[in-house]
Design a protein around this ligand. Structure first.
Ligand code: ATP
Ligand code: MG
Length: 295
């Protein structure tokens, strides 16, 4: 069911929160220091363990700001007027240091150049771990594990700056996964990638969720690529969550272009063929299957 925004929390009144709730945002408001208008307004959102959640909305609607409120950049590095509460794995973000939060939340920027610092891929993957004072053997093991997982082991000694954008994105993801976070946040990770590389990154994210049991939040404009792998879609407009539901429910019932989201061509075609609700096709394969009885 499409859930209206206010009916958000599945908290257990006895325990305070459901055991499966990994991120809980309650009545969050935020205004950047020096600005006149609030960016986040009364945001309530719960993310369960092992979900993949897509965040979509107009440019400037507050998507990246919302992600920063989860990884702690807000309020720790961006000051401003902050009220409400964000809990990550039970920890209050506003009272937890960035170094502790980095063990819970891995953050991938739009441009991997922003998180590539070292002269070789393996040193780069190890970069975050160096602050954890791990024994050398464990560090080596984690770096090898992450490079294997992201299929970049053959690039271990290469200079990251010589790699393609898709490979750089994999190096950045390996670096955050080596920290073994419970949550992976990706802010427009495919925007610099060609369609083929973007699709393989999206498939990788889908597989990481299954193999690692990780929880994923992804901001992405290319719904045609991600709608199928996401359990839930959250639409943000003017700093408020206005729609929440499965991508199929939202895309079936709502004209998402009103919120700056491009409706995938397959979805448009599916609607014209009156394949709506549960039958709405999110990709070419689903459309082909739905049309088989007609052919
Ligand atoms: N560091 C900052 N200081 C002041 N204002 C900011 C800052 N970062 C973002 N903003 C403002 O907050 C609003 C929301 O920005 P945000 O980057 O969160 O939007 P977005 O939905 O991620 O947009 P886009 O799709 O273009 O990435 C915008 O008006 C933006 O100008
Ligand atoms: Mg953004």
């Amino acid at each position: 069911m499409l859930r209206p925004v206010s009916a958000t929390n599945s908290s257990n009144p006895v325990l305070g929160r459901a055991a499966s709730d990994l991120i809980e945002i309650k009545d969050l408001n935020f205004k950047y220091f020096g600005s006149t208008t609030p960016v986040l307004q009364n945001v309530n959102l719960t993310v369960k363990n092992n979900e993949i959640v897509l965040i979509a909305g107009h440019s400037g609607s507050g998507k990246s700001t919302l992600l920063r409120a989860i990884n702690g950049l807000i309020p720790h590095q961006h000051s401003g007027d902050y009220s409400g509460e964000v809990l990550v794995d039970g920890l209050k973000v506003s009272e937890t240091s960035m170094s502790v939060l980095a063990l819970k939340v891995g953050y991938i920027f739009q441009n991997p150049e922003n998180q590539i610092f070292m002269f070789s891929v393996e040193r780069d993957v190890a970069f975050g771990l160096e602050n954890l004072a791990l024994p050398q053997a464990e560090m080596r093991e984690r770096v090898d594990w992450a490079m294997e997982l992201l299929q970049i082991k053959s690039l271990a000694l290469r200079a990251p700056h010589e790699l393609s954008d898709g490979q750089k994105q994999r190096v950045a993801i390996a670096g955050v996964l080596a920290m073994k976070p419970k949550i992976l946040i990706l802010d427009e990770p495919t925007s610099l990638l060609d369609p083929f590389t973007a699709k393989s990154l999206v498939n990788l994210i889908r597989d990481l969720r299954s193999t690692l049991g990780i929880t994923v939040l992804i901001v992405e404009h290319r719904l045609d690529l991600v709608a199928k792998i996401c359990d839930r879609m959250v639409v943000v407009d003017k700093g408020t969550v206005v729609l929440e539901g499965s991508p199929r429910e939202i895309l079936s019932k709502t004209d998402v272009s009103l919120f700056g989201v491009t409706e995938p061509t397959i979805v448009k075609l599916s609607k014209r063929l009156s394949l709506e609700g549960e039958k709405l096709a999110l990709d070419a394969q689903e459309l082909t299957t739905a049309l088989k009885p007609v052919a």
